[in-house]
Write a protein that binds this ligand. Structure first.
Ligand code: OGA
Ligand code: NI
Length: 355
């Protein structure tokens, strides 16, 4: 089974990390980053999360709406990140999702690997690292990735073990979709667009979810859970447990985005960067690991449907703000994202309009 000396050329199924991690006292060499590409954890700006704006979504429904929309717009411009409280997703739904997710990663490996695939086009799959087919250095992460909209199309592919996985996961996805749609309205308005502009730009819409599992790591300075990347989708709503690990790049420095109970961390993805014609930036972020505790995070990736054609909103183009991107089908974007490997050059640069 798990062995620290897998041969990547011979292996058809790369070793999952979850079991391996508990059996090693050093980081295996295929996870070790070069000296210039390490987390440098002592340089990270540590905060209690308070430097990333915390926005109360209750205020979206009352006379404070325009003020709240302004706060969201400011956060998108300045950080590309914000946290939301009073978000309307019932605590019980969140707790069930967390519970069933940690139960999944506690199943015997033989049970978990029923969902294993290294093919990024698979709509339900358990995998490890980022893209084991294209990357040179592995990441300290296993993940289960699920498509979840339209839910009835995908739920028949989901794991049936733990037995309540489909029910609890499905309920969570429905609530997260409602929250995503509310946030997209607010973001549209904050750009001065019609409330439903982004909604209409996404075709039939898509929604994916990951359950990221980061085991404790004996040498967290040498590797990443996820290296710096920008998310390819529209917006990401991240549920973090109580273990820190997420960091966002802000003014050239990595800023810890530490967990705040009962909130979600929202970040702008590449498609909003394009639609907003660069008014909002899809910010690089990463996940680091630690030697003490396992960490779990559950991002909801709200996205266009593959056939949706994305481009800068016409109302945000004028002689002073020429269109910075060409129009493209989201399927083209998504394919490029998964096949180029995570790298510091963001994928969105490949879609720049040439002047
Ligand atoms: C991601 C991501 C951050 C985290 O899955 O795209 O950025 O804290 N995750 O797990
Ligand atoms: Ni991300």
């Amino acid at each position: 089974m798990a062995s620290a000396t897998t041969n990547p050329t011979a292996a058809t199924k790369p070793t999952l990390l979850t079991d391996l991690a508990s059996s090693v006292s050093r980081v295996p060499s295929n996870f070790v980053r070069s000296l210039s590409d390490r987390p440098n954890l002592q340089d990270v700006q540590s905060t209690d999360g308070s430097s990333i704006p915390l926005i109360d979504l209750q205020d979206l429904d009352d006379p404070n709406r325009s003020l709240t929309i302004r706060k969201i717009g400011d956060a998108c411009r300045k950080y590309g990140f914000f946290q939301v409280m009073n978000h309307g997703v019932p605590e019980e739904v969140v707790q069930k999702m967390v519970k069933v997710s940690s139960e999944f990663f506690r199943l015997p490996e033989s049970e978990r690997t029923k969902s294993y695939s290294d093919d990024p086009t698979k709509t339900t799959r358990l995998s490890t690292s980022f893209n084991v087919k294209t990357e040179k250095v592995a990441n300290w992460r296993d993940f289960l990735r699920l498509h979840c909209h339209p839910l009835e199309d995908y739920i028949p592919e989901w794991p049936t073990n733990p037995p309540c996985f489909r029910e609890d996961g499905g309920e969570y996805c429905k609530k997260m979709r409602e929250l995503s749609l509310r946030l997209l309205e607010a973001i549209s308005e904050s750009l001065g667009l019609e409330k439903d502009y982004i909604n209409k730009a996404l075709g039939k819409h898509g929604q994916h979810m990951a359950i990221n599992y980061y085991p404790p790591c004996p040498e967290p300075e040498l590797t990443y859970g996820l290296p710096g990347h920008a998310d390819p989708n529209v917006i990401t709503l991240l549920l973090q447990d109580d273990v820190p690990g997420l960091q966002a790049l802000n003014e050239g420095k990595w800023l810890a985005v530490n967990p705040v109970p009962n909130t979600f961390t929202v970040n702008i993805g590449d498609q909003i960067q394009v639609i907003s014609n660069d008014r909002y930036k899809s910010v690089l972020h990463r996940a680091v690991v630690n030697s003490e505790k396992e960490r779990m995070s559950i991002p909801t990736f709200y996205c266009p449907s593959p056939d949706a054609v994305i481009g800068p909103a016409p109302d945000l183009i004028d002689p002073h703000h020429p269109a910075l991107y060409r129009n493209f089908a989201y399927s083209e974007y998504y394919h490029k994202f998964w096949n180029r490997g995570l790298s510091k050059e963001t994928c969105v640069d490949m879609f720049k309009a040439d002047h």
